[in-house]
Design a protein around this ligand. Structure first.
Ligand SMILES: Nc1ncnc2c1ncn2[C@@H]1O[C@H](COP(=O)(O)OP(=O)(O)OP(=O)(O)O)[C@@H](O)[C@H]1O
Ligand SMILES: O=P(O)(O)OC[C@H]1O[C@H](OP(=O)(O)OP(=O)(O)O)[C@H](O)[C@@H]1O
Length: 216
Protein backbone atom coordinates (compact mmCIF):
# COMPACT_ATOMS: atom_id res chain seq x y z
CA UNK A 1 0.00 0.00 0.00
CA UNK A 2 1.40 3.38 -1.05
CA UNK A 3 0.46 6.44 1.01
CA UNK A 4 0.64 9.86 -0.58
CA UNK A 5 0.34 13.19 1.26
CA UNK A 6 -1.73 15.71 -0.72
CA UNK A 7 -1.83 19.47 -0.06
CA UNK A 8 -5.14 21.20 0.65
CA UNK A 9 -5.60 24.39 -1.34
CA UNK A 10 -4.21 25.56 -4.68
CA UNK A 11 -2.40 22.35 -5.63
CA UNK A 12 -5.11 19.84 -4.69
CA UNK A 13 -7.14 19.67 -7.91
CA UNK A 14 -4.12 19.19 -10.20
CA UNK A 15 -2.57 16.69 -7.78
CA UNK A 16 -5.75 14.59 -7.81
CA UNK A 17 -5.98 14.83 -11.59
CA UNK A 18 -2.37 13.65 -11.95
CA UNK A 19 -2.92 10.67 -9.64
CA UNK A 20 -6.14 9.82 -11.47
CA UNK A 21 -4.18 9.61 -14.71
CA UNK A 22 -2.08 6.79 -13.20
CA UNK A 23 -5.12 4.95 -11.83
CA UNK A 24 -5.51 6.30 -8.28
CA UNK A 25 -8.82 8.03 -7.57
CA UNK A 26 -8.82 10.45 -4.64
CA UNK A 27 -11.46 12.77 -6.08
CA UNK A 28 -13.55 12.39 -2.89
CA UNK A 29 -11.23 15.07 -1.41
CA UNK A 30 -12.75 17.55 -3.90
CA UNK A 31 -16.22 17.01 -2.49
CA UNK A 32 -16.70 19.88 -0.03
CA UNK A 33 -19.24 17.91 2.01
CA UNK A 34 -16.63 15.21 2.69
CA UNK A 35 -14.70 15.71 5.94
CA UNK A 36 -12.45 12.62 5.70
CA UNK A 37 -8.74 13.41 5.95
CA UNK A 38 -7.58 9.96 4.87
CA UNK A 39 -9.09 8.02 1.99
CA UNK A 40 -8.41 4.76 0.23
CA UNK A 41 -8.31 4.60 -3.54
CA UNK A 42 -11.27 2.45 -4.74
CA UNK A 43 -8.79 -0.20 -5.95
CA UNK A 44 -7.47 -0.48 -2.38
CA UNK A 45 -3.85 -0.13 -3.52
CA UNK A 46 -3.15 3.41 -2.35
CA UNK A 47 -4.12 5.77 0.41
CA UNK A 48 -4.05 9.58 0.49
CA UNK A 49 -3.71 11.96 3.43
CA UNK A 50 -5.14 15.47 3.10
CA UNK A 51 -2.84 17.91 4.90
CA UNK A 52 -1.91 21.59 4.90
CA UNK A 53 0.64 22.40 2.20
CA UNK A 54 3.43 23.11 4.72
CA UNK A 55 2.77 19.80 6.47
CA UNK A 56 3.18 17.58 3.37
CA UNK A 57 7.00 17.27 3.81
CA UNK A 58 6.53 16.49 7.51
CA UNK A 59 4.42 13.38 6.81
CA UNK A 60 6.88 12.33 4.10
CA UNK A 61 10.01 12.97 6.18
CA UNK A 62 8.64 10.91 9.07
CA UNK A 63 7.56 8.11 6.71
CA UNK A 64 3.78 8.19 7.27
CA UNK A 65 3.53 8.89 3.54
CA UNK A 66 6.01 7.47 1.03
CA UNK A 67 5.13 10.16 -1.50
CA UNK A 68 3.97 13.75 -1.31
CA UNK A 69 3.09 16.65 -3.58
CA UNK A 70 4.22 20.09 -2.46
CA UNK A 71 5.31 23.46 -3.83
CA UNK A 72 9.02 24.10 -4.33
CA UNK A 73 8.48 27.24 -2.21
CA UNK A 74 7.63 25.08 0.81
CA UNK A 75 10.72 22.91 0.21
CA UNK A 76 12.92 26.04 0.12
CA UNK A 77 11.33 27.40 3.28
CA UNK A 78 11.25 24.21 5.36
CA UNK A 79 14.35 22.39 4.00
CA UNK A 80 12.87 18.98 4.90
CA UNK A 81 14.87 15.76 4.75
CA UNK A 82 13.01 14.21 1.82
CA UNK A 83 13.98 12.97 -1.65
CA UNK A 84 13.08 15.49 -4.31
CA UNK A 85 12.00 13.42 -7.34
CA UNK A 86 10.22 15.42 -9.98
CA UNK A 87 8.95 18.80 -11.16
CA UNK A 88 5.24 18.23 -11.83
CA UNK A 89 4.83 21.38 -13.90
CA UNK A 90 1.65 22.76 -12.32
CA UNK A 91 1.20 25.26 -9.46
CA UNK A 92 3.44 27.82 -11.10
CA UNK A 93 4.10 30.89 -8.98
CA UNK A 94 7.05 32.90 -7.70
CA UNK A 95 8.24 34.19 -4.35
CA UNK A 96 8.68 37.93 -4.67
CA UNK A 97 9.31 41.12 -2.78
CA UNK A 98 6.43 43.59 -3.15
CA UNK A 99 5.81 47.11 -1.89
CA UNK A 100 3.09 49.75 -2.15
CA UNK A 101 3.00 51.08 -5.72
CA UNK A 102 3.02 54.59 -4.25
CA UNK A 103 6.24 53.95 -2.28
CA UNK A 104 9.66 55.06 -3.57
CA UNK A 105 11.10 51.52 -3.37
CA UNK A 106 11.85 49.81 -6.69
CA UNK A 107 14.33 47.12 -5.59
CA UNK A 108 15.05 45.39 -2.29
CA UNK A 109 18.13 47.51 -1.67
CA UNK A 110 16.00 50.68 -1.74
CA UNK A 111 14.25 49.54 1.45
CA UNK A 112 15.29 51.34 4.62
CA UNK A 113 17.73 49.60 6.96
CA UNK A 114 15.81 48.21 9.95
CA UNK A 115 12.52 48.45 8.03
CA UNK A 116 9.92 45.70 8.34
CA UNK A 117 9.13 42.93 5.86
CA UNK A 118 6.04 40.78 6.45
CA UNK A 119 6.04 37.18 5.20
CA UNK A 120 4.83 33.61 5.60
CA UNK A 121 8.26 32.64 4.20
CA UNK A 122 10.38 33.81 7.10
CA UNK A 123 13.52 31.83 6.27
CA UNK A 124 13.50 32.65 2.55
CA UNK A 125 12.90 36.33 3.33
CA UNK A 126 15.66 36.41 5.94
CA UNK A 127 18.13 34.72 3.54
CA UNK A 128 17.29 37.18 0.77
CA UNK A 129 17.98 40.26 2.89
CA UNK A 130 21.00 38.66 4.54
CA UNK A 131 22.53 38.09 1.09
CA UNK A 132 21.98 41.76 0.34
CA UNK A 133 23.51 42.66 3.71
CA UNK A 134 20.42 44.76 4.44
CA UNK A 135 19.26 44.44 8.06
CA UNK A 136 15.46 44.26 8.17
CA UNK A 137 12.96 42.94 10.69
CA UNK A 138 11.01 39.99 9.30
CA UNK A 139 7.43 39.97 10.63
CA UNK A 140 5.94 36.46 10.47
CA UNK A 141 2.34 36.24 9.23
CA UNK A 142 0.10 33.31 8.30
CA UNK A 143 -1.90 34.84 5.42
CA UNK A 144 -3.27 38.03 3.81
CA UNK A 145 0.33 39.23 3.90
CA UNK A 146 -0.53 42.07 1.50
CA UNK A 147 -2.11 43.89 4.45
CA UNK A 148 1.38 44.52 5.88
CA UNK A 149 2.23 47.51 3.64
CA UNK A 150 -1.42 48.54 3.24
CA UNK A 151 -1.83 49.07 6.96
CA UNK A 152 1.66 50.52 7.35
CA UNK A 153 2.88 47.67 9.54
CA UNK A 154 5.67 46.85 7.08
CA UNK A 155 7.46 48.56 4.20
CA UNK A 156 7.45 45.38 2.10
CA UNK A 157 6.29 41.78 1.87
CA UNK A 158 7.83 38.57 0.60
CA UNK A 159 4.96 36.51 -0.79
CA UNK A 160 3.83 34.21 -3.57
CA UNK A 161 2.68 35.81 -6.80
CA UNK A 162 0.93 33.91 -9.56
CA UNK A 163 -1.33 36.05 -11.76
CA UNK A 164 -0.33 39.23 -9.90
CA UNK A 165 -4.02 40.01 -9.35
CA UNK A 166 -3.86 40.10 -5.55
CA UNK A 167 -0.99 42.60 -5.63
CA UNK A 168 -2.71 44.77 -8.22
CA UNK A 169 -6.05 44.84 -6.45
CA UNK A 170 -4.30 45.89 -3.25
CA UNK A 171 -2.18 48.67 -4.76
CA UNK A 172 1.12 46.77 -4.49
CA UNK A 173 3.86 46.08 -7.04
CA UNK A 174 6.42 43.32 -7.34
CA UNK A 175 9.97 44.67 -7.22
CA UNK A 176 12.13 41.53 -7.05
CA UNK A 177 11.76 37.79 -7.62
CA UNK A 178 13.50 35.47 -5.15
CA UNK A 179 12.72 32.27 -7.11
CA UNK A 180 10.10 30.54 -9.26
CA UNK A 181 8.09 27.63 -7.87
CA UNK A 182 6.09 24.67 -9.20
CA UNK A 183 4.63 21.58 -7.55
CA UNK A 184 7.14 18.81 -6.84
CA UNK A 185 6.92 15.09 -6.15
CA UNK A 186 8.81 14.18 -2.99
CA UNK A 187 9.49 10.82 -1.35
CA UNK A 188 10.53 9.37 1.98
CA UNK A 189 14.27 8.73 1.34
CA UNK A 190 14.48 5.20 2.77
CA UNK A 191 11.23 4.03 1.12
CA UNK A 192 12.48 5.45 -2.17
CA UNK A 193 15.80 3.63 -1.85
CA UNK A 194 14.12 0.32 -0.94
CA UNK A 195 11.34 0.90 -3.52
CA UNK A 196 8.79 -1.30 -1.71
CA UNK A 197 5.05 -1.54 -2.32
CA UNK A 198 5.05 -0.83 -6.04
CA UNK A 199 6.51 2.57 -5.24
CA UNK A 200 8.95 2.36 -8.14
CA UNK A 201 6.09 1.63 -10.54
CA UNK A 202 3.96 4.51 -9.25
CA UNK A 203 6.87 6.96 -9.54
CA UNK A 204 7.63 5.77 -13.09
CA UNK A 205 3.95 6.20 -14.03
CA UNK A 206 3.84 9.71 -12.55
CA UNK A 207 7.03 10.59 -14.45
CA UNK A 208 5.47 9.28 -17.66
CA UNK A 209 2.19 11.16 -17.04
CA UNK A 210 4.06 14.42 -16.44
CA UNK A 211 6.07 13.99 -19.64
CA UNK A 212 2.88 13.26 -21.63
CA UNK A 213 1.31 16.67 -22.40
CA UNK A 214 -2.43 15.79 -22.24
CA UNK A 215 -3.67 13.94 -19.19
CA UNK A 216 -6.83 11.88 -19.56
N1 LIG B 1 -1.86 31.95 -6.35
C1 LIG B 1 -1.26 30.79 -6.55
N2 LIG B 1 -1.22 30.24 -7.76
C2 LIG B 1 -0.61 29.05 -7.96
N3 LIG B 1 0.00 28.32 -7.00
C3 LIG B 1 -0.03 28.84 -5.79
C4 LIG B 1 -0.66 30.08 -5.51
N4 LIG B 1 -0.55 30.32 -4.22
C5 LIG B 1 0.12 29.26 -3.74
N5 LIG B 1 0.45 28.38 -4.67
C6 LIG B 1 1.13 27.10 -4.53
O1 LIG B 1 0.27 26.26 -3.80
C7 LIG B 1 0.85 25.92 -2.54
C8 LIG B 1 -0.24 25.92 -1.51
O2 LIG B 1 -0.69 27.23 -1.38
P1 LIG B 1 -2.09 27.58 -0.76
O3 LIG B 1 -2.25 29.04 -0.97
O4 LIG B 1 -3.13 26.67 -1.24
O5 LIG B 1 -1.87 27.20 0.73
P2 LIG B 1 -1.25 28.07 1.88
O6 LIG B 1 -2.07 29.32 2.03
O7 LIG B 1 0.23 28.25 1.64
O8 LIG B 1 -1.41 27.07 3.05
P3 LIG B 1 -2.42 27.15 4.23
O9 LIG B 1 -3.76 27.54 3.67
O10 LIG B 1 -2.38 25.77 4.75
O11 LIG B 1 -1.82 28.19 5.13
C9 LIG B 1 1.95 26.95 -2.31
O12 LIG B 1 2.96 26.41 -1.50
C10 LIG B 1 2.42 27.23 -3.72
O13 LIG B 1 3.34 26.25 -4.15
O1 LIG C 1 -0.91 36.47 -7.87
P1 LIG C 1 -2.22 35.85 -7.50
O2 LIG C 1 -2.72 34.91 -8.55
O3 LIG C 1 -3.24 36.87 -7.12
O4 LIG C 1 -1.97 34.91 -6.23
C1 LIG C 1 -1.23 35.35 -5.14
C2 LIG C 1 -1.94 35.10 -3.86
O5 LIG C 1 -2.11 33.69 -3.67
C3 LIG C 1 -1.61 33.34 -2.39
O6 LIG C 1 -2.56 33.59 -1.40
P2 LIG C 1 -3.58 32.53 -0.85
O7 LIG C 1 -4.73 32.43 -1.78
O8 LIG C 1 -2.87 31.25 -0.53
O9 LIG C 1 -4.06 33.22 0.49
P3 LIG C 1 -3.23 33.64 1.78
O10 LIG C 1 -3.08 35.12 1.68
O11 LIG C 1 -4.11 33.25 2.90
O12 LIG C 1 -1.90 32.94 1.80
C4 LIG C 1 -0.48 34.35 -2.17
O13 LIG C 1 -0.15 34.44 -0.80
C5 LIG C 1 -1.07 35.61 -2.72
O14 LIG C 1 -1.85 36.31 -1.76
Amino acid sequence: MITVALPKGSLLRDSIELLKSIGFDFSAFLDSSNRQLQILDPTGTAKALLVRAQDVPVYVQYGQAQLGIVGYDVLREKQPQVSHLLDLGFGGCRLSVAVKASSPYRRSLDLPAHGRVASKFVHCARDHFRQLDLPVEIVPLYGSVELGPITGMSEAIVDLVSTGRTLKENGLIEIEILFESTARLIAHPLSYRLANDGLDRAIAQIREAVLTPARS
